[in-house]
Every structure is written in structure tokens, then in C-alpha cells.
Design a protein around this ligand. Structure first.
Ligand code: TRP
Length: 455
């Protein structure tokens, strides 16, 4: 136990980097990136995504961690402290509270998808998939989604796992989970890439992902790319702010940011190189959408040598990726409750319970409510509760909070304060980042919204 009253902290620089990378690397890299890139034509989308990472989401990512480091508290509290420091009249904690709501919204669908990944892992462990054929695979997905009770139970299992990790002190829970799962995740991923290279169509996959294709520029494409960049780095709900508040003074944030973003990008591209070679070799389309991971891939697993084992490794990888992210989504509310003297295990169970309740909306959207569009009368026809939650978070809460973080770091706090907190010498790199945070990222986000409204 940490001494009572002492603010929690990671035990080393590396521990912080692993935890933050664990937060970044998640379902978004494997499930999200591959289907969004696939559906948007590959290479061209990847290019815009890279630009969005480097000039919008990446700098905002550093800004969020920096706010946590400077405020050393849960997001609303940290933002309140910085507000007084800046002497601003705006209510900064509101941004923190919206973020906390965002963590629960993300968890609510994350848990359902991670639950399905866990269930598929179990099926694979029992020797499933091998030799199954398309009908059986389709039926597995359909049966899972036709059964709201088992979907809810799997979400609850996943959230219980998440809560049990977050219950512990930082160094024993969140930190250890990252140290165990992240190296295994990398090993499994590399194994899958090598395997896919041997039996799949590596060349076509590479040219699909990295080759230059005609790009169909549209505001929708930009919104998808920026939304995906924010989601994959996990910027905008206060998870990174919370991890930032636990980081030691010896962490050089700019360098740490570079490595975390690099790892996140590596995993997304490697996941693409594990999945698309198999997709192309099987002659199916890469544009399958959200079903890519739960329909297209299992179908492929059923036809390849060692399919059950490969499937097991793949779904275990997906589960690990999800867990190291979901703990970063539960940590902010738990930290806030800890400030109200609620013990971590109690707080973790409580918030996980709320997430499970909210997950019923996604469960319903996948099951009986596939064609129920709650906000149809507000012009949002065709969107299920799940669509509304997912797009609401990715395309609104995340970029808007990122916008606020950038303005806080770029304009409200003094340049000197920011530079010493990073810490970073006054040099070309600092000047560049500072300008991006002050001007380029906020303008890009504003343009995006204006584009989305008029276009
Ligand atoms: N980055 C994770 C992924 O790619 C998900 C995630 C973690 C996240 N923290 C977040 C998404 C905060 C949005 C906001 O799967």
C-alpha cells in the first residue's frame, strides 16, 4: 500500500511508457484500423491518417499528458488547479467531467467487442474454427449477437477483469498488467505477421496499405482519419491525463510521446500486415467493415493450416490489447472517486458496474435493436445506439476535448510553464510543437467541424 495521502505514481520511466503505450494500443489498432483502412481504400487513407497523427492527434496527446503532469490529480481536479493557475474565468473542470463521461461511453462498447474477442478465444481454445466453413462462422457471429444475455455476461466478465486490475495500487495493477501483456502482445503480433507472410499474399497487402492509391478527398474521409487518430492514441477523455499525473519527474515527455506514438503506429500497421495478406490470399474483399475481425478472419482461420491455434493467438492478442486500454479508461473515474476517499477496489467495481449497464445499449444495438434508431427524428436516421455512442465519442468528444487541451497548453498557460513542465529545451523542435499545439491542431479541428457541418 502506498502511504496514505501520497499521490500514486508509476515506479519507473519505462513503466509509464509501457502503460501509456498499452492505453494507445487497443481494439482501435487491430479491429478499428484494419476495417476503417480497408473500407476507405487503404494507402490514401493511411497517408491522411499519418498526417492527422503527426499534426493533430499526436500534439494533443502530449498536451493531455502534460496537463496531467502539471495538475497531478484526476482530470476535473487537475483542470481546476490549472484554471486557477492561469486565472481563467472559464470553467475548465467541465472539460474534465465531459471526459469522464466519455470514458464510460468508450468502455460501454469496448467491453462488448472485447467480450466477443474473449469468447472467440475460448471457442478457438476448444479447437473451434478449424475446418468449419463459412456457414458455421457466420452462425457463430449471428448466434452470439442473437443472445443479449451472453453478450452482456461476456462484457461483464471483461469489465470484471479490468476492474480487478485497476483495484490495485498503480504499480501493482496497471503497471504490472502492461509489463506482462504488452511484450506478449508484441510477440504474438510478430508471430502472426510472419505466419501471414508465409501463407498469405504479402505483396498485395503491402501495396494495399502503403501503395499510393487514388484518394477520394471528402470531409467524411478527413473526419474518419482524424477520429481514428484520436481514438487510437486515446486522446480526449482524460485517461492519458490520469496516467500523466502518475508519471515521475524523470520522464522526458517529448521523447516518451515519440516512442508511444511509434509503437501505436507500428501495431496498427503490423496488424494490417497480419490480416490483409490472409484476406487477399483468400480472395475476399478488404472492405468488409466492422465484420472483418469477427467474420472474414475466422472464415480464413477455418481454412488455413493450424487455424484453431492461429485463431487462439489472434483473439488472445486482441483481448490483451483491449485490457491494457480499458484499464486506462477506468482509471480516471476511479482516481476521481479516490479523491472523495472511496477506496480503489470499491470505486473500480462501481464504475465497472456503470460501464456494464451502459454496455446494454450496445448489446441491444447488436441484438434486437439492430434497426432501432433512437435519434431518427433528429435527423440521425440509420444510426443505432451503438453508432451514436461510438461516433459521438470519436468524432465529437475526442476532437473537441483535444481542441480544449491544445488551447489550454498553447494559450492559457505561459510558454515558460509549459516548457519547464515538459521539460524541453527551447529549440526548433519545441517551437514546432508549440506552434502546432497553438495554431495548426486547433485550426485543423475547427476546419473539420466546419467542413462536417457544411459538407
Ligand atoms: N486507444 C485505444 C484503442 O485504440 C482505445 C482507448 C484507450 C481510447 N483510451 C481511450 C479511445 C480514450 C478513446 C479515448 O483501442
Amino acid at each position: 500500500m502506498a502511504a496514505k495521502g501520497a499521490y500514486p505514481s508509476f515506479s519507473s520511466r519505462l513503466a509509464f511508457i509501457i502503460a501509456a503505450a498499452g492505453s494507445a494500443v487497443g481494439l482501435g489498432n487491430v479491429w478499428g484500423f484494419t476495417y476503417v483502412a480497408g473500407a476507405n481504400g487503404g494507402g490514401g487513407f493511411v497517408l491522411i491518417y499519418l498526417v492527422a497523427l503527426a499534426f493533430v492527434a499526436g500534439p494533443a496527446f502530449m498536451a493531455e499528458m502534460l496537463i496531467g503532469r502539471m495538475g497531478k490529480a484526476s482530470p476535473p481536479t487537475a483542470l481546476g488547479k490549472l484554471q486557477s493557475r492561469a486565472g481563467s474565468k472559464l470553467n475548465w473542470p467541465t472539460v474534465g467531467w465531459i471526459g469522464l463521461i466519455g470514458t464510460l461511453m468508450v468502455l460501454s462498447f469496448y467491453a462488448v467487442i472485447a467480450g466477443q474477442a474473449m469468447y472467440y478465444g475460448l471457442v478457438a481454445l476448444e479447437g473451434g474454427f478449424a475446418g468449419w466453413g463459412e456457414e458455421a462462422v457466420t452462425a457463430l457471429d449471428a448466434d452470439f449477437k442473437a443472445d443479449p444475455v451472453s453478450m452482456a455476461i461476456w462484457s461483464a466478465v471483461f469489465m470484471a477483469f479490468t476492474a480487478s486490475i485497476v483495484s490495485f495500487d498503480i504499480s501493482k495493477g496497471i503497471e504490472r498488467a502492461g509489463k506482462v501483456m504488452m511484450p506478449l502482445l508484441f510477440l504474438m503480433l510478430i508471430g502472426l505477421v510472419v505466419y501471414a507472410g508465409q501463407i498469405g499474399d504479402w505483396g498485395r497487402a503491402a501495396s494495399f496499405l502503403f501503395g499510393f492509391h487514388e484518394i477520394n478527398f471528402s470531409s467524411r474521409l478527413f473526419l474518419e482519419a482524424v477520429g481514428q487518430a484520436f481514438f487510437t492514441l486515446g486522446v480526449g477523455v482524460g485517461g492519458l491525463m490520469t496516467y500523466g499525473s502518475y508519471m515521475g519527474d524523470d520522464v522526458r515527455l517529448p521523447r516518451a510521446t515519440f516512442w508511444i506514438v511509434a509503437m501505436d503506429l507500428f501495431v496498427a500497421l503490423a496488424a494490417g500486415m497480419a490480416i490483409f495478406p490472409l484476406v487477399f490470399a483468400s480472395g475476399v474483399e478488404p472492405t468488409a467493415g466492422p465484420g472483418l475481425v469477427f467474420l472474414t478472419l475466422p472464415n480464413i482461420f477455418s481454412a488455413i493450416p493450424g487455424g484453431a491455434f492461429v485463431a487462439f493467438v489472434f483473439f488472445l492478442l486482441l483481448t490483451f490489447a483491449a485490457v491494457t486500454s480499458s484499464i486506462s479508461l477506468l482509471a480516471p473515474t476511479v482516481q476521481r472517486l479516490a479523491e472523495a476517499n472511496i477506496r480503489r477496489p470499491v470505486a473500480a467495481c462501481l464504475m465497472a458496474g456503470v460501464a456494464v449497464l451502459l454496455s446494454l445499449l450496445t448489446v441491444y444495438s447488436f441484438a434486437g435493436g439492430r434497426e432501432v434508431y433512437p435519434l431518427a427524428s433528429f435527423g440521425l436516421d440509420g444510426m443505432t445506439a451503438f453508432d451514436l455512442i461510438r461516433e459521438g465519442v470519436s468524432n465529437f468528444i475526442l476532437p473537441l476535448s483535444g481542441f480544449a487541451y491544445c488551447l489550454i497548453i498553447g494559450w492559457s498557460l505561459s510558454r515558460e510553464d509549459v516548457r519547464t513542465a515538459l521539460p524541453m529545451a527551447e529549440g526548433r523542435l519545441f517551437t514546432l510543437w508549440y506552434m502546432v499545439v497553438r495554431v495548426i491542431a486547433p485550426l485543423a479541428i475547427a476546419a473539420l467541424f466546419i467542413g462536417a457541418v457544411i459538407g
